[in-house]
Design a protein around this ligand. Sequence first.
Ligand SMILES: Nc1nc2c(ncn2[C@@H]2O[C@H](COP(=O)(O)OP(=O)(O)OP(=O)(O)O)[C@@H](O)[C@H]2O)c(=O)[nH]1
Length: 413
Amino acid sequence: MLTLILFREELLSAFGSFTSFQLVLVFALCLGILLLGFPSSRLGYVSFDRITQAGLIWLVGPVGSAVFNGLASLVFPFYIRKRTGQNRREALFRAMHNVGMIIFVIMAGGWAFSMSGGAYPVRSLEPGILLPVAATILAMQLANGFFVRVRYALTHARVAEPVDWFANTLEPAAALIGLLTVVIAVNTDQVTTLSYLFVLLALMFTVKWLSDSRQRLEEKVRERTAHIAAQNERLERAQARQQELVSALDRLSREDALTGLFNRRHIDDFLKQEKGRVDRYGGTLSVALLDLDHFKQINDQHSHQVGDEVLQEAARILQESARESDVIARYGGEEFLLVLSNTDLSGAQAVVERIRRAIAESPWEKIQAGVRLTVSGGVAELEVGGSLDKLLSLADQRLYEAKQAGRNRIIAA
Ligand SMILES: Nc1nc2c(ncn2[C@@H]2O[C@H](COP(=O)(O)OP(=O)(O)OP(=O)(O)O)[C@@H](O)[C@H]2O)c(=O)[nH]1
């Protein structure tokens, strides 16, 4: 408004010879070019608005250019308000900001044009206008950059791209198209000018369409990527859970439910593994088979329940009295197998003797009055080149001998 009042004379002289159709056409062109812009992830909104900004400087001078481009910039944010999700206040703020910037940039361009000897309208592309045209474009770029920087400084925002080659190529290129448009408009009849404008707008529409399609495609790719990432995360969580379940199942499948000791399956595997180690690297390996004495009587005289408790307590004593490196399993009903790695016969005998004593001396009465328990055992050491079957049957044979010899004893030879 202020520009309109202050520069009334200039405006009248600039547009005095224009028909109202031409005035409407110029405004439609200014607004149309803004509407044919497209969103860019790096620059926000990209449009070829330099065509009309610079073009109108060269056609009617900076004041006329500022009025038409300013009006278009004022209307434009309200046009795209719905798409950008802005409310009326934000759109108004954006409009004021855009108008301010555009007037500033156009005035700078116009000033540089006349200071470097340019006179409007530019009628032809003769070499003499090269300098004023370059000065206009440069001044507009500098004014634009300055304005953006001041705004960023005032709003404490960070400049994303201080020197953007894309913007600095696109805008001067658009200004040159503006120059061509002016020369065509000045030198050709209305039909030719309109045909040219039609082709120009069609080209811009194509660029916008391509860019919008790319934007939509990128959006789709982003959505899909996020979807896949979420699915992957779910899958990884499910896999981790599955792994936990597999580990828990594996543990359960190797454990005896009543006593919590390893079961026969586990100790058989472990024994094979230990034998492999001895065969390969040498060393000693001993086993002990332990069997609770007269256990049937506990079941018969008391109850199966008491028998279970005795088994659990015996398992606890076994684990407590053995060394940490010894592996113990419930091998049968009331039979236990100990695998003693890196232990020779006498060492194994000492460990198992300690267990025998601990069981014999344990206060079994606390489970049930009248309960007493002893254990018999056979110990054997793996011979060089000997088999596991032979080792276990030797331990079993010695266990039998211990039973025969009166029980509550360990036989190792
Ligand atoms: N309570 C209970 N008893 C079991 C379990 N497994 C095996 N038994 C019992 O253990 C007893 C083993 O008896 P026998 O093999 O005759 O041996 P024993 O009575 O210990 O006599 P010796 O081994 O000769 O000293 C049987 O009565 C089985 O029923 C169990 O899980 N719980």
